[in-house]
Design a protein around this ligand. Structure first.
Ligand code: NDP
Ligand code: 8X3
Length: 255
């Protein structure tokens, strides 16, 4: 694996994370893919290795589980330790309900995954960046970080936290030559809404009806561009929506 570049992407079993893994594999990178669904990770590893001939290391853990994150990341095989880019992508929304009606367990899961999980994984990878003398963290935020919308309450708050943490990392890790990029996508057709709406496919389909939402590969291409800038260039913050969406509050839908 000499002279090859390594990316670790969380939440690679679906959506953006899967598309990012495939895009970087196409560019010749070796990939560490993580998620909770081992079968999907194993299927993706097989596909990538067959199609692109790069190496893939699947790591199955829940980012909410601090001990599991630490154990998995502290014990990477030697040939996988020289990570160039970490993409903190694993995350979710659960429920769409007014503040006074939302499920508090849903709030806790979003906070534990989107905020605490991102913190645990970042800290787990940092020692490898420090040893290497450089690194790049790409945090997947959301337009929900920029505009709070009705019934978005705690999901929006977690993505605002991702934005604040990205700013903090950029400041505090300057001397370690670690780039930090936050990418804030608008609506994208992945499994996101199916998860948010707890398996209700018909309601999930409605979220994407009447316009062409972002596709996972759009964000994968942008992540690849961001990660391939010269050493002296850091793209700090990107907001990316489909053409039909102005911001977190306004989307033009036909019909
Ligand atoms: P998907 O539901 O398709 O993918 C989410 C991924 O996150 C899955 O691979 C899932 O893996 C992983 N994940 C979720 N919870 C955990 C956990 N506790 N531990 C480990 N992995 C976890 O959604 P997207 O691809 O759309 O979402 C990816 C990111 O993009 C999220 O942070 C989301 O908030 C953000 N985003 C999504 C937008 C959209 O409209 N789709 C827009 C803006 C931002 P597994 O279940 O196997 O653990
Ligand atoms: C996902 C996009 O609009 O559902 O972050 O918040 S949205």
């Amino acid at each position: 694996m000499a002279n090859k570049r390594i990316i670790l992407v969380t939440g690679a079993s679906s959506g953006f994370g899967r598309a990012i893994a495939l895009r970087f594999a196409a560019g010749g990178w070796d990939i560490i893919i993580t998620g909770r669904r081992a079968e999907r990770l194993s299927e993706l590893k097989g596909q990538i290795e067959a199609d692109y001939g790069v190496d893939v290391l699947p790591l199955c853990f829940d980012v909410q589980d601090r001990k599991a994150v630490n154990e998995q990341l502290a014990n990477l095989p030697a040939e996988w330790q020289e990570i160039d880019v970490l993409v903190n992508n694993a995350g979710l929304a659960l429920g769409r309900a007014n503040f006074d009606e939302a499920d508090i367990d849903d709030w806790e899961t979003m906070i534990d995954t989107n905020i605490k999980g991102l913190l645990y994984v970042s800290r787990g990878v940092l020692p490898y960046f420090e040893k290497k003398g450089k690194g790049h963290i790409v945090n997947i935020g959301s337009t929900a970080a920029k505009d709070v919308y009705p019934m978005g309450n705690v999901y929006c708050a977690t993505k605002s936290a991702v934005e604040a943490i990205s700013k903090a990392q950029r400041i505090d890790l300057l001397s370690k030559k670690i780039k930090v990029t936050a990418i804030h996508p608008g609506a994208a057709e992945t499994e996101f809404s199916l998860v948010r709406l707890k398996g209700n496919q018909a309601e999930s389909d409605k979220v994407y009806a009447g316009y062409h939402a972002l596709e996972a590969r759009d964000i994968a291409d942008i992540t690849y561009y961001v990660a391939n800038q010269p050493a002296h260039v850091c793209i700090n913050d990107l907001v990316v929506t489909c053409t039909a969406q102005a911001n977190g509050l306004f989307t033009y839908k036909e019909g």
